[in-house]
Design a protein around this ligand. Structure first.
Ligand SMILES: Nc1nc2c(c(=O)[nH]1)N=C([C@H](O)[C@H](O)COP(=O)(O)OP(=O)(O)OP(=O)(O)O)CN2
Ligand SMILES: [Zn+2]
Length: 144
């Protein structure tokens, strides 16, 4: 939810940036034990992406806020999660909030790795309903 207080990852980086955005998408969890979630239904997802680093780029940005939104919003908004290339190619992965949060991290970090100042995505907060959300934090292998 935009303007809510998010859980904070601990880190020692000098800069931390957060980007909020929301998108509408449909999904299903196509497994017989998923109850009503096995049927296609929709959500307005609220996401918060946390990125940190030591170095800024030539614009004085850790990363452009607009790029973060574009990479994720353009991919998922008004789509069916199950039809996304990631889920189409992997029959053993379903678009749960947990897996979508991890996928969002992977999309963002892949982009950040191409930038000159190479910031790090520390956390994805993904709210699926007013009462349900997931926080994904990648393992950082002991880095700051
Ligand atoms: N660990 C997870 N559990 C569930 C997921 C999920 O992604 N990860 N997803 C669902 C459903 O997709 C559903 O959309 C959300 O479930 P729920 O929180 O039960 O939604 P409600 O609005 O019905 O919640 P109430 O608090 O009971 O109103 C289910 N589980
Ligand atoms: Zn759902």
């Amino acid at each position: 939810m935009i303007q809510q207080i998010y859980p904070t990852p601990t880190h020692d980086f000098s800069y931390e940036l957060n980007k909020d955005f929301h998108f509408a998408a449909a999904h299903s969890i196509p497994h017989e034990t998923a109850g009503k979630c096995q049927y296609v239904h929709g959500h307005t997802y609220y996401a918060n992406v946390t990125i940190a680093g030591e170095d800024l780029n030539e614009l004085g940005f850790l990363v452009n806020f607009q790029t973060i939104k574009k990479l994720l919003h353009d991919r998922f908004d008004h789509g069916v999660m199950n039809d996304d290339e990631f889920f189409s190619e992997k029959s053993n992965e379903f678009p749960s909030t947990e897996v979508v949060a991890r996928l969002m991290y992977e999309i963002i970090q892949e982009y950040l790795d191409t930038t000159e100042n190479k910031p790090t995505c520390l956390q994805i907060f993904l709210r699926e309903t007013p009462t349900s959300y997931v926080v994904y934090r990648p393992k950082r292998g002991g880095k700051a």
